[in-house]
Design a binder for this molecule. Sequence first.
Ligand SMILES: Nc1nc2c(ncn2[C@@H]2O[C@H](COP(=O)(O)OP(=O)(O)OP(=O)(O)O)[C@@H](O)[C@H]2O)c(=O)[nH]1
Ligand SMILES: [Mg+2]
Length: 400
Amino acid sequence: MLYVVIGIVALVLVYFLFLRKGGDEQSEPRPDEAKKGPPSARKKSEPPPPPKRGASEAPPAEPARPVPSARPGASVPPVGAVSAPPPGERQLAVQMLRRGLAKSRSEEGFFGRLRALFGGAKTIDSALAAEIQEVLVASDVGVETSNVLLERVREGLEKGDLSDPDKVWEALREEAQKVLAVEGRTGGIQQIAKPTVVLFVGVNGAGKTTSIGKLATKLTAQGHKVVLAAGDTFRAAAVQQLVVWGQRVGCEVVRGKDGADPGSVVFDAIKKAQESGAGIVLADTAGRLHTKQNLMAEMKKIAKTAEKALPEAPHEILLVVDATTGQNALAQAREFKEALPLTGIILTKLDGTAKGGVVLGIANRLALPVRLVGLGERPEDLREFAASEFVEALLGREEA
Ligand SMILES: Nc1nc2c(ncn2[C@@H]2O[C@H](COP(=O)(O)OP(=O)(O)OP(=O)(O)O)[C@@H](O)[C@H]2O)c(=O)[nH]1
Ligand SMILES: [Mg+2]
């Protein structure tokens, strides 16, 4: 009997134990069931199960998510620039110019030599003017222009008004800016007629064709439709050089037969521009020695033929001058100016000279505005000339 009672009690215990376990199983699904269950069966608050991936599918470590304070889409700033204010446009232009003028700003260059004059315990007295002049003349500013620049400095030094180096620098910079403020059109090429015809002239190798290519790049990027005229018909290679630029920039190049009359090529290019609705014609010409009268006469003929195609053309005649040719550049420019109504100067290869002062000499002696400067061989190295930026880049003491 006792065994029967123990048996019944044991059965009841087993029964309750079994029931309790079954209830637990209902509230907690088995791991394998959780894996198989469709996502929709999961409660919304539950995180999704980690996706199964084969080893080969494993994605690279997920990039760190931006911290809440990071601006969405902001690019990574260069090291050291995080807290610096974004430089203004002018500051950027000065920086770019300064890079191109590195030789002139070096120790042996125009700026470096001027700076050395003020170094150490140097006394600022009237003798300083003579030393400054020496540097200016050696940097292709020329005697006449350096006298213009130094007039106020000399006066100030004699009177004792310019007693500290900063004042002397300031006076020099102000005078340099005045010298560069020549009457006439300033800055780059504007579309002033449709089409605006721009003729490029200058001696061999000055940088005419390259400047046309660079300018065409710039103008096309600004939305202008440009036609190039291969007016240097002396050499097949010269035409080819312009054709390559045309392909690169994506603009039409009008060319004549070998040895064709350059005037007729410019004429055709103007007509072509009128037909296609292009806004600007950039016309290349053969390099010529300013001393060869027949070549200079030919130059005038090209300009006249352009006028036949379109009254008032050419609207601009730019003299391209190689800055590394120093004082000779001045002599060339004078001859060209006598032969043609030049509207400005493109001064190329300033990156190749330590004598950046040549800009002052040319602007002053020729009374012609410098419109563009070449500071390297890339299209973006042709920069519109702004006197104040240029003076800051060439003579600015602080590091921009
Ligand atoms: N470093 C530097 N090189 C330049 C610059 N401008 C032109 N050049 C180079 O000067 C050389 C002559 O340039 P071109 O454009 O062919 O000169 P050009 O006046 O057309 O010469 P011709 O057709 O022979 O009369 C090329 O190697 C150019 O790359 C410049 O601003 N800086
Ligand atoms: Mg050329």
